[in-house]
Design a protein around this ligand. Structure first.
Ligand SMILES: *[C@@H]1O[C@H](CO)[C@@H](O)[C@H](O)[C@H]1NC(C)=O
Ligand SMILES: *[C@@H]1O[C@H](CO)[C@@H](O)[C@H](O)[C@H]1NC(C)=O
Ligand SMILES: *[C@@H]1O[C@H](CO)[C@@H](O)[C@H](O)[C@H]1NC(C)=O
Length: 300
């Protein structure tokens, strides 16, 4: 057997090191969230979103919803890396903002719930012409849209010890994966391939149908309920860690294979979370860009 030249080996090692290890709904999860949300915008919010998007997005929010994943390792945006998730104490199965919403250095508010708060408050000034010029509201829109997706991915609010399931190695059917990645991407790709003929539009239409006239239509109004834009992200994070414990960690054993049963019972959870994330992103954008007097936080 010929061993590969060292340079090639190094190349593959780097590739492996930078491979999944990620922490974000897959591209597909974010695209679905942003497409469904944009379709639910009222005229004022739809205009504001179009104005804030760069020209090359051609008015399509979903084209840039993965941008925060692309920049998180760039020097300038490295601080945003901890904004994609929340680490909770192992086995606690609950979320406490002041305990858990911190980065590795202990810096408060540096988690996905704090990020939604931060970018929502920046955008609230758009209509009032009082935007702080240090902040780029295009970036705030992209971050908010991305993080509303992430906070609904149950394993984005997971245990510290296993990095939200990233270190739980297992198989998805025959392929190597990890528990976090199963929820970010594998379930969605299997659903697309097996149930929707790889047609994203069909998957999107099915989610939309299920909350407008289908199985979730009775819940729809409660999804959008939010008295206070600044405390609702805490509720979304609490829902995620509960779902992570019950459906994510529950029934998944490291080293083993997850297959048909896990897929069949978890796919509806994933689809419903994408639906909820979309409806709530639209709700926030409609309020932020609509008549938002009651949402403006008091001056600090
Ligand atoms: C809020 O976002 C701005 C960048 O838009 C950043 O400079 C600031 O540190 C963030 N605040 C928190 C608490 O994360
Ligand atoms: C705002 O951010 C976007 C995306 O990073 C960038 O393309 C744009 O030039 C920025 N706008 C300003 C005024 O800095
Ligand atoms: C929509 O609801 C039907 C049941 O009425 C279900 O079979 C299907 O899997 C659901 N689709 C999604 C994407 O949740």
């Amino acid at each position: 057997m010929v061993s590969p030249p060292p340079a090639l080996l190094v190349f593959f090692l780097i590739l492996a090191a930078s491979a999944p290890g990620g922490r974000a709904w897959s591209k597909e999860g974010h695209v679905l969230t942003c497409r469904i949300a944009q379709a639910l915008l009222e005229p004022e919010a739809a205009d504001a979103v179009r104005n804030l998007l760069p020209d090359y997005a051609s008015g399509d929010l979903s084209a840039l919803c993965v941008w925060p994943d692309q920049v998180r390792h760039w020097y300038r945006y490295r601080w945003t890396s901890s904004l994609h998730f929340i680490d909770t104490p192992d086995e606690a199965c609950n979320f406490d903002y002041s305990r858990d919403c911190r980065d590795e250095k202990g810096e408060p508010d540096r988690c996905v719930a704090g990020a939604i708060y931060n970018f929502t408050s920046q955008l609230l000034h758009y209509n009032h012409g009082t935007a702080d010029r240090r902040y780029n509201l295009t970036e705030a829109l992209l971050f908010l849209s991305h993080f509303m997706g992430d906070i609904h991915q149950p394993m984005h609010v997971g245990f510290t010890g296993d990095e939200g399931g990233n270190t739980i190695q297992l198989r998805w059917f025959n392929r190597k994966s990890n528990l976090h990645h199963v929820w970010d991407r594998d379930i969605i790709l299997t659903a697309l391939a097996d149930l929707y003929g790889k047609d994203m539009d069909a998957f999107q239409a099915d989610i939309q149908k299920n909350f407008t006239t289908g199985i979730w239509s009775e819940d729809l109004s409660s999804w959008g309920d939010c008295d206070d834009l600044f405390s609702c992200p805490k509720k979304y994070a609490s829902e995620s860690i509960s779902l992570a414990c019950k459906w994510g960690y529950g029934g998944a054993v490291g080293g083993e294979a997850l297959g048909e049963d896990y897929f069949r019972t978890r796919m509806p959870v994933v689809a419903r979370r994408i639906g909820q994330g979309s409806v709530r992103l639209a709700m926030v954008l409609n309020r932020v860009f609509g008549d938002n007097k009651q949402d403006i936080p008091p001056p600090a």
